[in-house]
Design a protein. Sequence first.
Length: 260
Amino acid sequence: MQPKVRKRRPSPKRLVSARAVKHREEREHANGASPVQVSAPRILIVDDHAVVRLGLNAVLKQEFPDAKIAEASNAQEALEKSWAGKWDLVFLDICMPGRNGLELLKELKRQFPKLPVLVISANSEEDLAVRALRGGAAGFLAKDSPPAEWTTGARKALSGGKYITPWLAEKMATRIESSANGDRAPHESLSDREYQVMSMLSAGQTVKEIAAEISLSIKTISTYRTRILEKMRLRNNAELMRYSVQNGLANLTAPISHAG
């Protein structure tokens, strides 16, 4: 007769460990960090230009044929889609009408701390990249980047890493070196909101127009303007415009367009 083989019961310690892992995964899933099947990721593209969404969608579909991809044209639509479903990755335009990408990035990271967000921009100015990374972005890509960089960045972010192009890495290294030597540019001392208002003033928008576009009072925008001029040691909007042009600073808030 064959001796009976006794089945080993899992130890209580192992059961507790398994439950802990399960609970951790559930918490991470709720925070927007569900286990990712890289072959079929769920990706949300947020950009106010339909042609950009279409192009990025096509590139991602070629790399991830089974991906679930959705689009949003503004911050409110992006938030609504974020609440309605769970996403593995977000591509976010930093310059949008109304609520800009930096503000939306902070809101997404507040509500979904583990959700990777790749920030994209038509302007490759490093100050925007630094602000995005400081806000929790998983990487920064210029819109004119080759398709290979888009897909490499996506895979890096999906795996939990951060994607920085060699160009940006070099710029950041130079900036860190300059800061260490006390050569910090005046605009680098501005908060994200101050930078947004500064960029809009530099683009020729009035205090009243800015207040209406970003839903703040005229008094609040006037206070921001005064604070910006003091921090940058400038006297008026004309000097602010000249400074922005000389330093190649981008407008953080895109003009409102109804084309798409």
